[in-house]
Design a protein around this ligand. Structure first.
Ligand SMILES: NC(=O)c1ccc[n+]([C@@H]2O[C@H](COP(=O)([O-])OP(=O)(O)OC[C@H]3O[C@@H](n4cnc5c(N)ncnc54)[C@H](OP(=O)(O)O)[C@@H]3O)[C@@H](O)[C@H]2O)c1
Length: 274
């Protein structure tokens, strides 16, 4: 079973996604194949990952009807412009071998270019034309989203950001919730594999008879977050969606609150992007 959330436009988005960076070629195709077979319906890719062709091929070869799959991709800085976004979409559709995107994201704000509002106008037009079902952003800070809303009146449906129990982004989640923006976590298992070995996570895993990864991913589900978890191992891919036959209690979540390291995200969107 796979949980879902409803985006502001009414489009339904699965909570459990397969992340595909840095997988390419056979490895990317195999991961998508195993994920779809295990029940995933959200696949996350990007122009930057150079694997959209592989992802698209695996989706087409899967036998799963296209309309059952939520295909999400992102475009790079050079397409940040009202009309350029339409070309970015054409290119993504061609590489993925499909006729529509379920979610199209501005990958990074690149604020020094000062073009993300133009890009947002372009995304709104694509959604109006029906080539893209839902539109959003990635790695945006509240100040960037404030500008999108002030200058277009249209909030993003999704902001995909680095988020895990060591970096819970509580203020950002509250900001999103107040504006009807869904939060999607990248790097949901935490940086460097350390969180998977943390005594709090290991103890909860033993008590619930689950793996540490399942405890962490269930934490995302409990918070109502969508996430993109990446693995190239078929057993781990399957394990990462087996999250809907157990729950974390209020006490479990309170204990996991101690995992917050109070650190900033790995990359500052004011100075990093592509
Ligand atoms: N929007 C953005 O700017 C942005 C930036 C970075 C990433 N992303 C997206 O987010 C996705 C996920 O981020 P990520 O790949 O950095 O981190 P992640 O999914 O949190 O972690 C991936 C790591 O966890 C391991 N792993 C996965 N499942 C496991 C399990 N059940 N047990 C133990 N280890 C497990 C994987 O190794 P194995 O392969 O060996 O299982 C891999 O080393 C990316 O693939 C990409 O799609 C987006």
């Amino acid at each position: 079973m796979n949980g879902r959330l409803t985006l502001a436009s009414g489009v339904e988005m699965p909570l459990v996604g397969l992340g595909t960076w840095p997988l390419t070629g056979d490895e990317a195709r195999a991961a998508v194949h195993h994920a779809l077979a295990a029940g995933y319906r959200l696949i996350d890719t990007s122009e930057q990952y150079a694997n959209e062709r592989d992802v698209g091929r695996a989706v087409r070869d899967s036998g799963v009807p296209r309309e059952d799959i939520f295909l999400s991709t992102k475009f790079n800085a050079r397409w940040q412009g009202r009309d350029l976004v339409a070309r970015a979409c054409d290119n993504a559709l061609r590489r993925l071998g499909t006729d529509h995107l379920d979610l199209f994201l501005i990958h990074w704000p690149n604020p020094w270019l000062d073009r993300y509002v133009d890009a947002w106008h372009g995304l709104i037009a694509l959604r109006d034309e029906g080539r893209v079902r839902a539109i959003g952003v990635s790695n945006f800070l509240p100040a960037h989203i404030d500008r999108l809303i002030a200058e277009t009146g249209v909030p993003p449906e999704v902001n995909q950001v680095e988020l895990d129990p060591t970096l819970p982004r509580e203020e950002l989640r509250a900001y999103h919730a107040a504006r009807g923006i869904a939060t999607e976590a990248w790097g949901p298992l935490g940086r460097d594999g350390r969180l998977l070995r943390h005594p709090i996570v290991v103890e909860l895993a033993e008590r619930h008879r689950r793996t540490p990864a399942q405890i962490i991913l269930r934490w995302h589900v409990e918070l109502g977050l969508a996430f993109t978890a990446r693995s190239s191992d078929p057993a781990r891919i399957a394990q990462n969606i087996e999250l809907f036959d157990f729950a974390l209690s209020r006490d479990d979540l309170a204990v996991m609150g101690r995992l917050d390291e109070g650190r900033p995200p790995a990359r500052d969107p004011e100075s990093h992007g592509h």
